[in-house]
Design a binder for this molecule. Structure first.
Ligand code: IVH
Length: 704
């Protein structure tokens, strides 16, 4: 901002802040939330710091810190590291309770356990014979990075456990820094002219994911333990029966465990805990983003199990999104994989809910009109679920008259093709993606923001009518390299390579060599070498990720994993799709919509040629381990009557997980009939046919 502009802006800010202050303190009619007020005050402070001639005051600016990319040894977690589903309101908590109560037997009564959700880095610690032997990051939940040496610098991680300890122990917890440490580091960084850390999580992650343990030590990291991994609640050596007991054990073993926690008899008590913590949260020494509420009883946890990446037995309550104000510098237009044009607001970077936000999707023209948003406007932004920033309001009083209305371009910003306006009915909503600019950069974590969220339904959408539009290809390329984890190839480099004619599709990436890249301006030997080295290292890919990388409609990370687990190899998948209808109909978690899309994909010659080309260029698709044969494989179950300890749905899940099948009616081929209370005619049929009958208790013994 030019000095004369800053002067004007400061004036506007001062008058608006004064007006808000008076509305709040004198008239007692606050028109915006504290966050909005604070945000404007912060901007004013920042401007004054930049232009001290307009007054003298200390202000702190906030910029994000860069994230180093280091290479650590990968380690497989013995038990998957899960994430948690979020609840953004009390209502969502009650919905969650309703769902789990329905899954457990009716009228089930159980306790909840509430604890603080820390904003740091999740780590797993392994102890063998009481000694700390390995520490790892979460990674993708299955495979993390070995950061043992760095973790050893954290004083609150015991290197030796207090006795008595089990022979083998896995502890999960959060590595973090205090808000004070963050502040100190940022003061230091300011002095040294370095970038500032945006939040405590960034400090923890940045310090642990780099190779020099001394640096981790200098950062004064801390560790809070919150979980002990228990593979079998019936047999664990610490005799743990519930989650609260785990916390007690962790303390006895020598870990630091947050003392703010609560065992609650019902959700009302849990909500009281949420409210209690909300009051002290601003003064709490560590960054937090909510409260974890879990079913306390480990047996019930086990029954409820896991769906996708998150357990059903626990939920993370998130405090309401924070708001902040900023200025819309421009509105860009992105072209997504399907050709849809999506407006994207670019902001003056600003801090919201702990991280710096510089852009937000505006979804569509309707949204812009609804908000009456203009380029140059001061807006209130909010992070829905602390992840996706969105514009919620325009502060029209901050207008200077220079704001400009936005118009959708008549021609595609990427290829110049004609833009078409289409009405969207509800049918088109399915799989209609707002191809956001938010593609992941190297080393950036996957967030909902950069993960192309579904567009909100709108009455009209604007499309690039050119079927060969390169933006669509580019979005696909970005998806492809991100799944292959070729981090060296960010969006800018990819589009440069395309422009230079080095690649025409994703398969060409694998035939690049150093000599192609080094002569390009701004590249040189070293960076060319790094790129080639990384591509070479990423040629082998497990089938599950390969399927994900193909970008098949409806086949995301989880579905790709299910398909891979079922078929094991690509050949088997393709031949099943082409010939064997029977097998294809019976894949766990795979419904007809996915099947249709998969079979359409593999029925298309271009796609098959693309796969052939990838293989020819050196991509090796690693066999996925087929689902291990469970102890119930080959056995058919029929369920009848009401079960007391779990719903039939859960019982079915358990049988499937152990490799068995559940069928609807009794025949000679039925292995067992499980009879609950008030069994129906199926029991009689079983008796007639001489099929083995299990009581609920016997069944529980079976699936133990
Ligand atoms: S999970 C049965 N507890 O949340 C419930 N997670 O774990 C077990 N996180 O990214 C407790 N603080 O890093 C739990 N007190 C806490 C946590 C916590 C932070 C994070 C963790 C991970 C995600 C899911």
């Amino acid at each position: 901002m030019e000095k004369f502009e800053a002067k004007k802006r400061i004036k506007k800010l001062r008058s608006e802040i004064a007006r808000l202050r008076s509305a709040y303190h004198i008239e007692n009619t606050p028109s915006v939330t504290d966050d909005v007020y604070d945000s404007l005050t912060r901007e004013l402070k920042d401007l004054i710091e930049k232009y001290p001639e307009f007054r003298d005051e200390n202000a702190s600016e906030n910029r994000v810190a860069g994230k180093p990319l280091d290479k650590f040894v990968k380690v497989e977690h013995q038990t998957r590291m899960l994430s948690l589903n979020d609840a953004f309101s009390y209502e969502e908590l009650y919905d969650w309770e309703k769902r789990i109560k329905k899954l457990l037997s009716q009228n089930a009564s159980f306790d909840y356990f509430c604890e603080v959700k820390f904003d740091g880095l999740a780590v797993s610690l392994i102890y063998q014979d009481g000694k700390f032997v390995r520490g790892a990051t979460r990674g993708d939940g299955f495979v993390g990075e070995d950061i043992t040496e760095n973790l050893k610098t954290i004083n609150s991680i015991p290197l030796l456990l207090e006795k008595p300890y089990p022979k083998h122990l896995e502890v999960r917890g959060e590595a973090l820094v205090s808000k004070k440490t963050l502040e100190k580091l940022n003061v230091q960084n300011t002095k040294e002219g370095k970038q500032l850390f945006a939040n405590t999580r960034n400090v923890a992650a940045g310090s642990l994911r780099q190779l020099d343990p001394q640096l981790a030590k200098d950062r004064h990291l801390d560790f809070v333990a919150y979980d002990i991994v228990v593979a079998n609640p019936a047999k664990n050596s610490l005799a743990l029966k519930n989650h609260s007991k785990k916390h007690e054990s962790l303390r006895l073993l020598g870990f630091k465990v947050e003392k703010l926690e609560a065992k609650c008899e019902n959700l009302e008590e849990a909500i009281a805990f949420i409210q209690k913590f909300e009051k002290i949260r601003p003064d709490f020494p560590y960054g937090t983003d909510g409260i974890v509420i879990a079913v306390d009883d480990l047996k019930l946890q086990n029954i409820l199990g896991v769906v996708g990446k998150a357990p059903r037995y626990a939920v993370a309550f998130k405090y309401p999104a924070e708001k902040a104000t900023t200025v819309v510098k421009e509105i860009l237009v992105n072209v997504g994989r399907t050709g849809v044009l999506t407006p994207l607001a670019i902001f003056e970077p600003t801090l919201v809910a702990g991280s710096t936000v510089s852009k937000a999707t505006l979804h569509n023209m309707d949204q812009i009109e609804r908000l009456d948003l203009r380029i140059g406007d001061t807006v209130v932004i909010e992070k829905a679920g602390d992840v996706i920033p969105k514009v919620v309001e325009v502060l029209t009083r901050m207008r200077t008259g220079k704001e400009k209305k936005f118009k959708m371009p008549t021609h595609c910003p990427t290829c110049g093709g004609k833009v078409e306006k289409r009405e969207i009915g509800e049918k088109a909503e399915n799989g209609f993606r707002a191809g956001l600019a938010g593609v992941r950069g190297p080393g950036e974590p996957r967030t909902r923001e950069n993960h192309s969220p579904l567009s909100s339904p709108s009455s009209v959408a604007y499309y690039c009518s050119n079927s060969k539009c390169s933006a669509k290809d580019e979005r696909y390329l970005e998806h492809f390299v991100s799944v292959f984890e070729i981090y060296e190839l960010g969006p800018k480099i990819l589009s440069r390579f395309k422009d230079e004619g080095l690649i025409t599709d994703a398969a060409d990436i694998f035939t690049l060599n150093k000599e192609d890249i080094a002569p390009l301006e701004r590249f040189g030997e070293k960076s060319a070498e790094n790129i080639i080295e990384e591509i070479k290292n990423k040629k082998n890919i497990p089938l599950s990720r390969f399927l994900w990388a193909l970008g098949i409609l409806h086949v995301g990370e989880e579905t790709a994993r299910d398909l891979a687990a079922h078929f094991g190899t690509l050949d088997k998948l393709m031949s099943a799709i082409n010939h064997d209808q029977g097998e294809v109909d019976n894949i766990e978690n795979i419904g007809p919509a996915v099947l249709k899309s998969v079979s359409d994909f593999f029925g298309n010659k271009n796609n098959l040629n693309f796969i052939k080309k990838l293989e020819k260029n050196g991509v090796v698709i690693e066999k996925s381990e087929k689902k291990k044969k469970g102890k119930l494989s080959g056995q058919n179950f029929v369920l009848t009557g009401t079960l007391v300890t779990m719903s039939r749905e859960i019982a079915k899940e358990k049988i499937l997980a152990l490799g068995g099948k559940v069928v609807g009616s009794v025949s000679k081929n039925t292995s067992y009939v499980v009879a609950g209370e008030d069994p129906g005619s199926k029991l009689k049929n079983a008796e007639k046919l001489g099929v083995k009958i299990l009581s609920e208790k016997e069944f529980l013994g079976f699936i133990e």
